[in-house]
Design a protein around this ligand. Structure first.
Ligand code: CO
Length: 275
């Protein structure tokens, strides 16, 4: 994300102690968050209004008065009533374990009790805010476009996929710069891409030398490969392609490294109009 995460630290109710809230506010600032502190004795309506006006990503509620079981859920309800569903709501204070469970059922994402560190809170907020924003902004890949399989013996492999399983060959081409001959079979909505190396120094040649025949990559169909490569780069993933490049069937493709996708070489591919 591009701007710092904004957090509202709020003290609902009548309790007059804000040492804890102030420590948390300062600690989160030190962690790089933008923190707004409401001050003491805020009503639920005031807190929700501030959260909306300040466009915060997270509301942290603090209470030492024992009224958390009524006040915290009221803030959740008021936010929902005013159409705010994407703000992370967390709580903190001296709260017994059975109340923690009940508060989570009422919509708090987490409750931090004495002994929790600022680092714990910061990590939780970061993970969950980014997760939510990711969900809001991104259209996931529409489907698996194809599975790429490295093959040593194309004819023998076709005897299985085409003749035994019955998938039709729909396209075949040499992809010269990749030193590969690719055969696409239709498998329902997706393709199986059989990849035969045409030169040992190519990526499939190297794969075969190291591992023999087998699944080489999974390709996801996306609207915009460049956007997905950017998004992956920003998430700290290792890219194989810094920018989209032409792949088989006039698609635009880009790979991310299997180290960043749990051992599976992952391709994004985009259908283009070019024939
Ligand atoms: Co592919």
């Amino acid at each position: 994300m591009n701007r710092p995460i904004r957090v509202l630290i709020a003290k609902p109710g009548l309790d007059g102690h804000d040492r804890g809230a102030l420590v948390v506010a300062q600690g989160l600032r030190d962690e790089g968050f933008e923190v707004i502190y409401t001050g003491l004795r805020q009503t639920v309506e005031q807190i929700v209004t501030t959260a909306i006006q300040e466009d915060v990503d997270c509301v942290g509620l603090s209470s030492l008065s024992g009224a958390h079981m009524t006040l915290f859920p009221s803030v959740v309800e008021e936010l929902r009533a005013r159409g705010v569903n994407d703000v992370l709501i967390i709580g903190g204070g001296v709260i017994p374990p059975e109340d923690v469970v009940a508060l989570k059922q009422k919509g708090l994402a987490a409750v931090f009790t004495p002994g929790s560190t600022i680092g714990d809170m910061a990590a939780f907020i970061r993970d969950h805010v980014e997760e939510r924003q990711g969900l809001d902004l991104v259209e996931p890949p529409s489907q698996v476009d194809h599975i790429g399989i490295a093959v040593e013996d194309l004819d023998a492999t076709l005897a299985f996929y085409r003749d035994h399983l019955g998938f039709q060959v729909v396209h075949e081409e040499d992809i010269a710069d990749q030193h590969v001959h690719a055969v696409f079979l239709q498998a329902g909505e997706m393709h199986i891409e059989l990849l035969q190396s045409t030169a040992e120094e190519g990526p499939i040649g190297k794969f075969i030398m190291a591992k023999g025949s087998g699944v080489h990559h999974i390709a996801y169909r996306v609207d915009d490969v460049a956007e997905w490569l950017d998004r992956s780069r920003q998430a700290g993933h290792r890219l194989i392609d810094e920018a989209p490049r032409p792949g088989g069937q006039n698609k635009l493709i880009g790979f991310i490294h299997p180290k960043s996708s749990f051992g599976v070489l992952t391709e994004f591919c985009q259908i283009t109009d070019k024939e």
